[in-house]
Ligand binder design. Structure first.
Ligand code: TYC
Length: 119
């Protein structure tokens, strides 16, 4: 697999050698880093996981209040999938593991995945 380019935006030189007076001209550096690519945690519907369990999981791992968690759960139930939160790649992966771990321990088939946000 090809390696990713470094997370840098090209910079202007910090001095201008052609400056006529020979003075050193400092220029403000342009922005050096890009914000990290974000990943959304998508939860998937199934026919067996209880609605109440999904609502608790969304509240607990995605810091949503009861009303918001219920709305997200119902969206997943009706549409087949729904976004529970958007995070950096590592945090999104941790959230997926937390959800799958809680579902396995409770004996439910609940699934969720992390996917890059297209921007
Ligand atoms: N469809 C499930 C039911 O009717 C509820 C459910 C909602 C399951 C969201 C998973 O991600 C899910 N009990």
């Amino acid at each position: 697999m090809a390696s990713k380019p470094p997370n840098l935006i090209p910079q202007n030189p910090i001095t201008k050698p052609e400056d006529p007076g020979g003075a050193v001209v400092l220029e403000r550096r342009t922005q050096r880093t890009r914000p990290p690519k974000m990943h959304q945690v998508v939860m998937l519907n199934d026919d067996y996981t209880p609605m109440e369990f999904v609502v608790i999981v969304i509240q607990e791992f995605f810091s949503k209040d009861l009303e918001t968690a219920t709305q997200i759960m119902l969206k997943i139930h009706l549409d087949g999938r729904g976004v529970c939160g958007v995070y950096t790649k590592d945090v999104a992966a941790t959230k997926v593991n937390q959800v799958l771990d809680a579902a396995n321990k409770a004996g439910h088939p609940l699934q969720c995945v992390s996917e890059p946000v297209d921007s």
